[in-house]
Write a protein that binds this ligand. Structure first.
Ligand code: XLS
Ligand code: NI
Ligand code: NI
Length: 436
């Protein structure tokens, strides 16, 4: 059935910028070497299961618009048809990774017992598909936000019985991620926050969240899950306030609860926008704080204040982000996961290709532009020169030896009179724009 669904779409290939084939990559040439690594190794792209295969196009104002054959079947049969369709798409698109929540792949479940049985039942066929197609798991995660029991949170729920149910799901998904060779394990705290402080004990909820994460860290070591646990920051939506607001907030949380050894961040572009922060800030901050893990690639809409999860296709934004990634060595275990969805009017199977192909080419272009900028060296040289004084005599004195007293005395005795220098912002912005 899935084969019919994608009939007519050949495996997507690189055909170069001149091609007029809408089913070909123009810039993403997976084996092309850029700064010592192939494009595929740099970008580690991943297709997400939820937006393209689990979602049927519904929104808060209307029913599903997509006519996907696998949505017409129920239970295990539906889950297996979805699995066929998803892996057929992964194979034809040719990206190496995918990511999923427990509930994306399994037959729907009401009770916890049903949940564990249904997830267990799909793991054999899922593992077989991975072997057959060579697709790898970038990360797994437990959905602790859709079932009504989680309306007030999973780990941060006022009811410990809900926390215990969340533990069931997290344990089973960590086991599944280990079994499937997943490179990371993600927590997105969709409902780990509050709708009003009038009913919420904020301090207690943060302790609870840390408790869940500590348990997950211990379990990760117990089962030998090798990759890091990643927290995915988002300031709000669905809750009014989410505790993992942004990268810096997550860092403070991890520091406070002594989780920095094992937990990093999965940064999503649209979430950064919602937090009022540009993506390059979030990425640069994560590297500076030593917690960069992975990226959920997407974008919002400048007029809309919600998580529209559109394919990320702003080349300047991608280039600016990629500059920081290349400077810092890029991904270790992470990758670019397309947490992006086609619009609900984009109802054809083809639209899934157009979204991912365009998204992939935008990332590849950003990579090429950023590499050219770094190879040119002007931007890095400017920064180096700007801070050069800190490697000089006075800079070293301040960094290593000075007290407030000795420094103030020295400044006065040397009669310091520093000269302001231009920050050259327009020059640098133009320089970057010229490379894109
Ligand atoms: C929602 C999040 C979600 C996570 C996985 O806003 O982006 O899709 O990536 O739970
Ligand atoms: Ni995400
Ligand atoms: Ni999101």
């Amino acid at each position: 059935m899935s084969k019919d669904y994608y009939a007519g779409v050949e495996p997507v290939q690189y055909k170069g910028p001149e091609t007029d084939d809408p089913f070909a990559f123009r810039y993403y040439d997976k084996d092309r070497v850029v700064m010592g690594k192939t494009m595929e190794e740099h970008l580690r792209p991943s297709v997400c299961y939820w937006h393209s295969f689990a979602w049927n196009g519904f929104d808060v104002f209307g029913a599903g618009t997509f006519d996907r054959p696998w949505h017409k079947l129920d239970g295990q049969e539906g889950a297996e048809a979805k699995l066929d369709a998803a892996f057929e798409f992964f194979s034809r698109l040719g990206l190496p990774f995918f990511a999923f929540h427990d509930v994306d792949v399994m037959a729907p479940a009401e009770t916890m017992k049903e949940h564990t049985e249904n997830l267990a039942r799909i793991l054999d066929p899922l593992e077989a598909k991975m072997e057959e197609t060579g697709k790898k798991l970038l990360w797994g995660t437990a959905n602790l936000f859709s079932h009504p029991r989680y309306m007030a949170g999973g780990a941060t729920n006022p009811d410990p019985e809900v926390f215990a149910c969340a533990a069931v799901q997290v344990r089973q998904m960590m086991d599944a991620t280990k079994r499937l060779g997943g490179a990371n394990y993600v927590f997105w705290g969709g409902r780990e926050g509050y709708d009003t402080l009038l009913n919420t004990d904020l301090g207690r909820e943060m302790d609870q969240y840390a408790r869940m994460l500590s348990m997950a860290v211990d379990y990760k070591h117990k089962i030998g899950l090798s990759g890091p646990i990643l927290i995915e920051p988002k300031p709000h939506e669905p809750t009014k306030h989410q505790y993992d607001r942004d990268v810096a907030t997550v860092y403070g949380f991890l520091e406070r609860y002594d989780l920095l050894e094992d937990v990093k961040v999965n940064i999503e572009t649209n979430h950064a926008t919602l937090a009022g922060l540009p993506m390059d800030h979030e990425v640069a901050a994560a590297y500076a704080l030593g917690i960069f893990g992975s990226v959920d690639a997407n974008r919002g809409d400048p007029q809309n204040g919600w998580d529209t999860d559109q394919f990320w296709n702003d080349p300047v934004d991608i280039t600016r982000t990629m500059i920081h990634m290349l400077r810092n060595g890029g991904f270790e275990t992470g990758g670019f996961n397309f947490d992006s969805k086609v619009r609900r009017q984009s109802i054809d199977a083809e639209d899934l290709y157009f979204g991912h192909i365009g998204g992939m080419d935008a990332l590849a272009k950003g990579l090429l532009s950023a590499a050219a900028i770094l190879e040119n060296g002007e931007a890095d040289a400017f920064i180096k020169e700007r801070y050069a004084g800190w490697d000089g005599d006075l800079g070293r004195f301040i960094r290593n030896d000075a007290t407030l007293d000795s420094l103030a005395d020295r400044a006065l005795s040397e009669n310091l009179d520093p000269k302001p220098r231009s920050g050259r912002q327009e020059r640098l912005e133009t320089f970057v724009a010229n490379y894109v």
